[in-house]
Design a protein. Structure first.
Length: 276
């Protein structure tokens, strides 16, 4: 259960198959990043400016902004007051399995976002999130989750691949990603990566940024955070996680983790441990 007195609370809701966050953010910005699940964030106070590959938009109180897995984005406050939000990170196929009797995965769902203004969906989201945070009755949580999921898939999901994200990735970019993913604890240069792809450093840099939405360095930082998340979920110590994920030290790790997740790695690890 989350601590209601903290400005940012994070918890793992195993019964929902989701990670949950409730937080107040002032003097804080999210660096460019992505998540390996879909992200649904309800703005409960203030407003946040969000940048995605398609452009920028502002999410204000009452708006639910929804981002597909692996969608590159960044966010910052529009004024010193900052903003508050409640967030659910969850896999869309897992969600669909709760309302799909067949349980099939023949199609790939994507969210019609990024801003969703739907009072019924927002009410279900709010009730679900509050019940999860307070440790409300399991059956009530399940019912609210079903209401949220059914409304979401009925009104706001394209149950087919997101063609914006499908573009055929070039062999060179794929090799570059594989090279970086396999060497997260090493200091590599652009020349090293280019040599592995048979492209010049400049051509590789341009292709990588065009196809992934981030530079090789930004991708490396993102991949290190994802590895760190996996390690923390298994209960790995913070110092060991920082080392294995390729961060210079624990302070460096903490700074980059918080800039993408909104919480410290220690708080994330504690939340995961308390859910088991």
């Amino acid at each position: 259960m989350a601590n209601k007195q903290s400005p940012v609370a994070f918890w793992r809701a195993d019964d929902l198959g989701a990670d949950m966050l409730r937080g107040r953010f002032a003097g804080f910005s999210y660096d460019t990043h992505s998540h390996d699940t879909a992200c649904f964030a309800l703005i409960t106070e203030g407003a946040i400016r969000i940048r995605m590959r398609e452009g920028e938009f502002t999410a204000r109180k009452g708006d639910l902004y929804a981002i597909n897995a692996d969608e590159i984005h960044a966010g910052w406050p529009i004024d010193p007051a900052g903003w508050s939000q409640r967030t659910i990170y969850v896999d869309l196929d897992l969600l669909r399995g709760r309302i799909d009797d067949a349980g099939g995965k023949s199609r790939s769902p994507s969210i019609r976002g990024p801003i969703i203004r739907d009072r019924e969906l927002v009410n279900a989201f709010t009730a679900l999130h509050a019940l999860s945070e307070s440790g409300g009755p399991r059956l009530a949580r399940d019912e609210r989750y079903l209401r949220f999921t059914k409304r979401l898939f009925d009104r706001h999901i394209n149950d087919a691949p997101d063609t914006r994200a499908i573009g055929r990735e070039s062999r060179a970019v794929r090799l570059a990603r594989d090279y970086l993913d396999s060497r997260l604890d090493e200091r590599v240069s652009l020349n090293d990566i280019a040599d592995a792809t048979d492209l010049s450093p400049y051509r590789l840099y341009r292709a990588f940024e065009s196809e992934t939405g981030m530079t090789p360095h930004a991708y490396q930082r993102q991949a290190r955070i994802r590895l760190a998340l996996q390690l923390l979920r298994t209960g790995e110590e913070l110092a060991v996680t920082a080392m294995l994920a390729g961060f210079a030290d624990q302070a460096h790790f903490t700074r980059h983790f918080r800039s993408r997740m909104g919480i410290t790695p220690g708080a994330y690890r504690a939340a995961v441990r308390s859910s088991h």
